[in-house]
Design a protein around this ligand. Structure first.
Ligand code: ASC
Length: 152
């Protein structure tokens, strides 16, 4: 192959793989944002019950706690390497990738607290459920404080 043709082929491959990576990053961003939306759907209703804005329904609370515990482990999958590079504006801080160990720890804390919430909710003990809901909210907030940019 002539040098020019070879250079052209290499350039095309670079562009194609770059496009595929951007596509993967976009999919990961859509995935993680969807997971957070699904979590907030249930966590919001539970919060309204805890705050007394909505009647406390222990059974419904437990059903939602199960859902949240099922979603939380998925979060980490939504932040693969390179998904900070997409040309898409998000509130994800670069520390998610530069401090991957810290991010993993904060995420694991959420997973643990949501599991505990689902467990406690099975008891139907309203006070215990409210207490563990607060602990779970703290795990949400802990990660947001360190790894999420404030709303602009
Ligand atoms: C929510 C919600 C969060 C957390 C956080 C807890 O209901 O949407 O992000 O709780 O505010 O402090």
């Amino acid at each position: 192959m002539k040098l020019a043709a070879r250079a052209c082929a290499v350039m095309m491959l670079v562009c194609l793989s770059g496009g595929a990576m951007a596509q993967d990053a976009k999919k990961a961003i859509e995935y993680r944002q969807s997971v957070f939306k699904v979590i907030v759907w249930d966590f919001g209703v539970m919060g309204a019950m805890v705050k007394g804005e909505k009647d406390f329904d222990a059974k419904d609370f437990a059903r939602r706690a199960e859902r949240v515990a099922d979603m939380a482990p998925r979060i980490a999958e939504g932040f693969p390497a390179g998904s900070d590079m997409a040309d898409i504006e998000t509130r994800a801080k670069p520390e998610i990738w530069s401090d991957a160990a810290g991010f993993k720890q904060a995420w694991q804390r959420l997973v643990d607290e949501t599991e505990k919430l689902a467990m406690v909710a099975k008891s139907g003990d309203e006070a215990a459920m409210k207490k563990q809901f607060a602990a779970t909210g703290k795990a949400c907030k802990g990660c947001h404080d360190d790894y999420r940019k404030p709303k602009s």
